[in-house]
Ligand binder design. Structure first.
Ligand SMILES: Nc1ncnc2c1ncn2[C@@H]1O[C@H](COP(=O)(O)OP(=O)(O)OP(=O)(O)O)[C@@H](O)[C@H]1O
Ligand SMILES: [Mg+2]
Length: 587
């Protein structure tokens, strides 16, 4: 291996000479402690390096050794349930070795080399195989079936197959070229894993959060930008989706966020059980952690590490969801590196390539036909928090995301201030997938899903207009039917769109519960209108009872949903008879 010499160190950047024909993005080990770094620029004999670890104590003249491969991550069994840092080091095993503070230069493979798995082959000697073909599988903890694929770009005839207990680095299949294939495989994180093609998104990524599923549903394989100012609830949303989102695998990238938040995530996830599979949530999760106190260069890499892990499971045919919190910290890392490189800055100091890099990043999401046989589809859904300074959505990172994201869940500090959570501004948020996805809910949950959604959006819109008028003329000057509308919209906001992430009964809302609640709130409005039409005065309507019944329904644990629903029906019958529902009552 070629060894060069360190000629300069400035913060996370360093320069080295004598590295020969070193390539852009190649990895090197810097100094006596062998700190991991990546080549950012090559100029004649001088290579500029981005060091992923703390550089204090590094001296000019120390050796720099080429690794002769790009920044890549080891993929294989045992990755699920792990916490890795921005360059793929397993934090739990590192901590066992070196204590809570990770020594710079500490090197441990992502996968435990000693762990064994039982390999069940799906191929035999003599088979012709191509990139992406499934060669066999191992069952991981919790029953997850991990498939061994022919690495993209390879092909050949199977010469040898080995079944049974193996470590991740033992050959399980040998090709006629002599190349051994192991359960562990490496992939360069900055290069998207290839697919056979993109396919249309057909199913919603079900979040378990009513405001998203009901009003702004996204497709599996979709991308969402979740911008919000300080404390508007971005992290709570990302965590709720990681816990309750309907995905086979969840990759949570904590990028530049507070360390104590990541500690909470870890603590909580270990105790959580998936509401659908009854298995520990952690068994289907990979956490990529690069907190604000870790070096900024690794923060930039962590997002690519997360996406590569996601694509790896996608290629097996799984539905993967990636939560990135937050892309702004990734962009800030780009800015910091760009300015150290003295690149010409663009808007607000971000590199001029910000928009194209963001687009490339978001394009790694999608629903695809996987490479190889048997034929299968997989998806990566990407939910990215964005932290615009001062909550100003016109800033470059939010704008770069919005140009490519398929949905916007815009967080509003005024709603957060009123403790209306999730603080999603329904007037500016959108999902380009909404039409197709609500039709899916029509077919699979209730035929009135999309019409109810349209009515709810209309109600919220009229509510905003009326509140403006009421602000001028005073609420007492409103007609009874308008006062009823304000009341109905308030109930919709509080009991349907509002969802307390810390309420064990309501943190997750099943599709059925979401529809039952929305439907109940809309029927309450219809019954109220019927009562007014029949001559009752607004002041005489038992609206407090209706609110109580809706509140009970919202607080009901899933098994008690039917009883709570009957409670709502009885209360509504006291407003006006059931015959006045336009839909003819609930099914
Ligand atoms: N769905 C929710 N239910 C109940 N409380 C919530 C919800 N969402 C947010 N909150 C409240 O808002 C607080 C701030 O939320 P969060 O930490 O997610 O904000 P953030 O946007 O990530 O902030 P930062 O900009 O600092 O990263 C939470 O600690 C919690 O009290
Ligand atoms: Mg946060």
């Amino acid at each position: 291996m070629t060894t060069g010499t360190l000629t300069r160190v400035v913060g996370a950047l360093a320069e080295a000479s004598g590295l020969g024909d070193v390539a852009l993005h190649e990895l090197v080990r810097v100094g006596h402690r062998a700190l991991l770094a990546e080549v950012l620029r090559v100029n004649g004999d001088i290579a500029t390096l981005q060091v992923f670890e703390e550089t204090t104590g590094l001296h000019v003249g120390e050796p720099v050794v080429r690794e002769e491969l790009p920044l890549s991550i080891e993929l294989g069994p045992g990755l699920l349930g792990q916490v890795i840092d921005g360059i793929g080091r397993p934090l739990a095993r590192l901590a066992e070795l070196s204590g809570v503070f990770i020594e710079p230069g500490a090197a441990l493979p992502t996968l435990d080399p000693g762990a064994t798995f039982r390999f069940v082959p799906a191929c035999a000697a003599g088979d012709r195989v191509d990139g992406g073909d499934v060669l066999g599988a191992v069952e991981e903890r919790g029953g997850f079936v991990l498939k061994l694929l022919v690495p993209p770009g390879r092909s050949g005839i199977v010469n040898e197959v080995r079944a049974g207990e193996v470590t991740v680095h033992e050959a399980v299949v040998v090709l006629d070229s002599g190349e051994p294939l192991t359960l562990a495989q490496r992939w360069p994180v900055r290069r998207p894993r290839p697919v056979a093609g993109r396919v249309e998104a057909t199913r919603p990524f079900f979040t378990g959060q009513r405001i998203f599923d009901f009003l702004f549903p996204v497709a599996e394989g979709g991308t969402v930008a979740v911008p919000g100012g300080f404390g508007t609830g971005k992290t709570v949303i990302e965590q709720a989706l990681a816990k309750f989102g309907d995905a086979d695998v969840v990759v949570y990238v904590g990028c530049g966020e507070r360390g104590n938040e990541m500690a909470e995530v870890l603590h909580e996830f270990r105790a959580l059980v998936d509401p659908r599979t009854r298995r520990p949530v952690m068994d289907r999760t990979v956490l990529v952690v690069n907190t604000s106190n870790m070096p900024v260069a690794a923060r930039e890499a962590s997002v690519y590490v997360g996406l590569t892990v996601a694509e790896y499971y996608r290629d097996m045919g799984y539905r993967v969801a990636v939560m990135a919190d937050s892309l702004s910290r990734w962009a800030e890392a780009l800015r910091e590196v760009g300015s150290r490189l003295q690149e010409m800055p663009g808007e607000e100091g971000y590199p001029t390539s910000l928009a194209s890099r963001t687009a490339k990043l978001l394009e790694r999401a999608g629903r695809v036909r996987c490479l190889g046989l048997p034929e299968r589809h997989g998806s990566v859904t990407l939910i990215s928090a964005v932290s615009p300074p001062g909550g100003d959505f016109s800033e470059p990172v939010t704008q770069a995301c919005l140009r490519v994201a398929g949905a916007l869940w815009a967080l509003d500090p005024a709603l957060a201030h009123q403790r209306q959570f999730p603080a999603v501004d329904w007037a500016t948020s959108y999902s380009l997938d909404a039409g197709a996805m609500t039709r899916h809910f029509d077919a699979h949950v209730d035929a009135r899903w999309s019409s109810s959604r349209a009515r709810a959006l209309d109600l919220l819109q009229r509510d905003a207009e009326l509140r403006e008028i009421a602000g001028i003329v005073g609420p007492d000057a409103l007609e009874d039917k308008d006062r009823l509308l304000l009341e109905a919209a308030a109930a919709l906001r509080e009991f349907v769109l509002g969802q307390n992430a810390f309420d064990p009964n309501d943190a997750y809302s099943s599709p059925e519960k979401t529809f039952i609640l929305a439907d109940a709130a809309l029927r309450a409005f219809d019954r109220g209108a019927a009562a007014l039409a029949a001559g009752r005065a607004f002041a005489d309507l038992p609206l407090a009872d209706v609110r109580r019944a809706l509140s009970n329904l919202r607080e009901a644990a899933l098994p008690d949903l039917d009883a709570a629903r009957r409670g709502v029906d009885e209360t509504l019958d006291r407003l006006a008879p059931a015959t006045s529902d336009p839909g003819g009552g609930h099914p």
